[in-house]
Design a protein around this ligand. Structure first.
Ligand code: ATP
Ligand code: MG
Length: 342
């Protein structure tokens, strides 16, 4: 992967630029989302970018037979977005399944990537390893192309994501480039990933914090549950707390979490904890997380109580997204000389 595809700092000229990002409605958003992408989304919005946020409902069935509690989880995502600062008047928040043109873009896009390219995607391999299914479905292999359609339908130039998404972004760039080569220069921009300072936050078991792996601290958890989850985090027996991400990933993950919440350096928190051991560190982290999330949780509780409002946000978002997607699909048909365009 080339360094030109990822940035940590959004360029100063993001005003008016289109940004696409999204999440699977598999459960409530967690601290990995918050520090990995949500903060960047809100920052881009503040800087005047035009945000599109997809609730990736079709993507839920990449790794399980049936999408459980889909409505509840989709509405929950909207509550998480608004509680953390996305403004539904400025951002287009929509469900993938509400925008049929996305699936029509998928067909020509699939023709632009090889099976070999799809097979060597390291994130897909990792997700297959954690999948709840015994067989790998066609959707699991092709969902990165699905995602390319999600990104390119609105011609997004910037995609704020976590590290696991970088291989998918590479596929979206390949799709954009090959489409332009075959059908007309300049139709699609090559989207760039925007990483945060915490592009891969670890969960309480020391692997990537994920909604579906039982290792996450949800934004919506209450303070006692947060304490319980953090208390159960995997650490080590060394009482002296040091920041050593390679040698002590469990301890380092906790230090980073407290540091992110308090806007301080993890080394400083390690020094303050000194010989207090994992128990003292976990108390510090719990306090830092609960303190930081308190106003967000209060807002989220209010939002979650008004389901009809959350649905309205999705309905308005779908209208806007459909208009943009239909225009792009029409352009694609003309470029390809499809009979559907006449
Ligand atoms: P699931 O386990 O159901 O796949 P998830 O926690 O991996 O859920 P996704 O909806 O797949 O969440 O990812 C949404 C976005 O959040 C992506 O941009 C992804 O890169 C980012 N993200 C997810 N987990 C983390 C994490 N632990 N650290 C940083 N970013 C993350
Ligand atoms: Mg995921």
């Amino acid at each position: 992967m080339t360094t030109t595809t990822r940035h940590h700092e959004p360029a100063a000229d993001v005003a008016g630029r289109r940004v696409l990002t999204g999440d699977r409605p598999t459960g409530p958003l967690h601290l990995g989302h918050y520090f990995g992408t949500l903060q960047n989304r809100v920052r881009l919005q503040r800087q005047g970018a035009e945000l599109f946020v997809v609730v990736a409902d079709y993507q839920v069935i990449t790794d399980r037979d049936v999408a459980d509690r889909l409505t509840e989880h989709s509405e929950g995502l909207v509550a998480d977005y608004l509680a953390t600062g996305l403004d539904p008047d400025r951002a287009t928040i929509f469900a993938h399944s509400a925008v049929p043109a996305l699936n029509q873009l998928l067909l020509p896009f699939l023709s632009l990537v090889s099976v070999a390219e799809l097979s060597r995607n390291p994130t897909v391999k990792d997700e297959i390893a954690h999948s709840r299914q015994s067989a790998v479905s066609g959707l699991m292999f092709t969902y990165p192309v699905h995602q390319a359609a999600d990104i390119l339908f609105c011609k997004a130039g910037l995609v704020p994501v976590g590290q696991d998404q970088l291989p998918h972004l590479e596929i979206a760039r390949t799709v954009a480039r090959r489409f332009n080569e075959r059908y007309g220069e300049g139709i699609f921009p090559a989207p760039e990933a925007l990483l945060s300072d915490a592009p891969l936050l670890l969960g309480t078991d020391g692997t990537k914090m994920s909604k579906s792996r039982g290792n996450a601290v949800p934004l919506a958890a209450d303070e006692d549950e947060t304490a319980r989850l953090i208390r159960a985090a995997r650490t080590d027996a060394d009482r002296r707390i040091t920041y050593d991400p390679a040698g002590r990933p469990g301890v380092a993950g906790l230090l980073l979490l407290a540091a992110l919440c308090q806007g301080r350096a993890p080394e400083q928190i390690a020094e303050e904890t000194g010989d207090g051991g994992a128990a003292a560190l976990k108390r510090t982290v719990t306090e830092a997380v609960n303190e930081h999330l308190r106003p967000i949780r209060a807002r989220r509780a209010e939002l979650a109580a008004d389901r009809s409002y959350l649905r309205d946000v999705l309905r308005t978002g779908a209208e806007r997204a459909n208009a943009v997607a239909d225009a792009t699909l029409a352009e694609v048909r003309v470029a390809m000389g499809s009979v559907g365009s006449v």
